[in-house]
Write a protein of this length. Structure first.
Length: 236
């Protein structure tokens, strides 16, 4: 086999710069996820990473660009743990609606990012602002709601959810249940068992007669129904 050509000095510098940039973004995301984007300052970040402020600016040029990189990284992590697995592993229909909600709850429960769901706080802060960062936050939240809406709409066309159901409104309602579950976790340290029950109750109110009503009696009954569906894949 031909030997790889040795890296040039320029390539080594670029590799080191890439690693440094990644380290900056990871630490910045940890701060922002736990305390909010407002807690992210160049001075604090430079101190924690033992870098100079000028060294940080070499990689990003401005705080706004650093915030944009943090939001993009947080969005990638969220997508990789919630959106992509649901798309790849679960059939269209009501099963995907459930799984999107379930993966969202797991994302928060497992503290994949410090503080739980990064975009709750970011959206509340930036929703009414007009900046590139605000637009970026709204776009990420919009993609999440779009995934829920499409899943509901697909379930309607598969005759698993009633056709008159408004998919967009239902997506907002499901999202509200999830945000409420996160608040319960933060305020009262409650687990998400009540959230699972609330989501099942919501799906039961939407479902057609094609789905047995006893499938919604408990989370165990629901998983049994999903596992015995001819076209479903395992959700465990």
């Amino acid at each position: 086999m031909p030997r790889k050509a040795p890296r040039t000095a320029k390539q080594k510098v670029l590799t080191k710069a890439k690693k440094t940039r990644f380290a900056i973004v990871e630490r910045a995301m940890g701060i922002a996820a736990a305390e909010g984007l407002a807690a992210l300052t160049i001075g604090r970040l430079a101190k924690e990473l033992r870098m100079s402020k000028s060294g940080l600016f070499v990689h990003f040029g401005s705080k706004e660009k650093l915030e944009a990189a943090v939001i993009a990284r947080a969005a990638d992590i969220f997508s990789g743990h919630v959106l992509e697995p649901a798309e790849d592993n679960v059939e269209h229909g009501i099963a995907r609606v459930w799984t999107l909600c379930e993966y969202w709850l797991q994302f928060v429960d497992r503290q994949t990012l410090p503080g739980g769901y990064f975009f709750t706080g970011a959206f509340f802060v930036h929703a009414r602002q007009d900046s590139s960062v605000s637009r970026q936050v709204r776009e990420v939240v919009g993609e999440w709601l779009k995934a829920l809406r499409l899943a509901v709409d697909e379930a309607r066309h598969r005759q698993e959810i009633r056709m008159p159901v408004d998919a967009k409104r239902t997506a907002f309602e499901l999202n509200s249940l999830l945000i409420g579950a996160q608040w319960s976790l933060l305020l009262d340290h409650l687990d998400h068992s009540h959230a699972h029950s609330a989501i099942l109750a919501k799906l039961k109110s939407l479902a057609t007669k094609r789905i047995p009503t006893d499938a919604f009696d408990s989370e165990a009954a629901w998983h049994h129904y999903l596992e015995t569906m001819p076209t479903s894949r395992s959700l465990r």
